[in-house]
Design a binder for this molecule. Structure first.
Ligand code: UDP
Ligand code: MG
Length: 138
């Protein structure tokens, strides 16, 4: 059993896509083990995306990620890191496969609706960034 962090980004929340994203996850057999809505400030977004601090898109990305509420979820299931990344589609929605969340809804390489951890090591850091052990329903 594996866990991963999923985020519905500010564009997904403001465009009323929370239900759509969760429906796709659940229909794929993924279990939501923890979930909440919050708004990051700039420093919190910079900490979350610290791995990208030297990238040219870092300042714009952290402005965007702190621009409005997000939904953060811990997803659970066999191979869930890869399963979630498959449902999300490629970072650049123009290159994302048909039927993926980003292909269907993203408007921009930055405003691409969802985040998903890309490895077990990243998932552990990202889950710990938002959740403590008392926030898991089961
Ligand atoms: N991003 C961007 N420009 C780029 C690459 C990425 O604005 O050229 C943003 C985009 O929102 C992406 C996030 O930065 O989801 C993190 O980038 P990463 O390469 O980790 O993509 P992801 O893992 O989200 O597919
Ligand atoms: Mg990434």
């Amino acid at each position: 059993m594996e866990q991963t962090l999923s985020i519905i980004k500010p564009d997904g929340v403001s465009r009323c896509l929370i239900g759509e994203v969760i429906k796709r996850l659940e229909q794929d057999g993924i279990r939501i083990a923890a979930m909440k809505m919050l708004k990051m400030n700039k420093a919190q977004a910079q900490g979350f995306y610290a791995v990208h601090r030297d990238k040219p898109f870092f300042d714009s990305l952290t402005d965007f990620m702190s621009s409005g509420p997000i939904v953060v979820m811990v997803l659970e299931g066999d191979n869930v890191i890869e399963k979630n990344r498959t449902l999300m589609g490629a970072t650049n929605y123009e290159e994302a496969a048909e039927g993926t969340i980003r292909r269907d809804f993203a408007t921009d390489i930055e405003k691409n609706i969802v985040h998903g951890s890309d490895s077990r090591q990243t998932a552990e850091f990202e889950i710990g960034y938002f959740f403590n052990r008392f926030e898991f329903a089961v």
